[in-house]
Design a protein. Structure first.
Length: 63
C-alpha cells in the first residue's frame, strides 16, 4: 500500500494535477449550473449535453 501511495504522489509531482481542465471543463460548469442556473442563461447546451450523460455534476452540487 505504501508503494502505491509513493507511485501516486510521484505521478502527481511529475505530471502535475490540473484542476478545471480536460473533463472538468465540462463538469465544473454543469455543477455551477445546478447550483445557480442564472450563471449560464445562454449557450449552456455546450456543456449541458455532455453533463446530462452522468450524475456527477448533480452529485457534487448537492454534496
Amino acid at each position: 500500500m505504501a508503494l502505491l501511495l509513493l507511485f501516486t504522489c510521484g505521478a502527481i509531482l511529475v505530471h502535475g494535477y490540473h484542476p478545471f481542465v480536460e473533463d472538468a471543463e465540462i463538469y465544473v460548469p454543469g455543477i455551477k449550473r445546478v447550483l445557480n442556473p442564472a450563471l449560464y442563461p445562454f449557450n449552456a447546451g455546450f456543456f449541458a449535453w455532455h453533463a446530462r450523460l452522468t450524475v456527477f455534476p448533480r452529485l457534487i452540487a448537492v454534496s
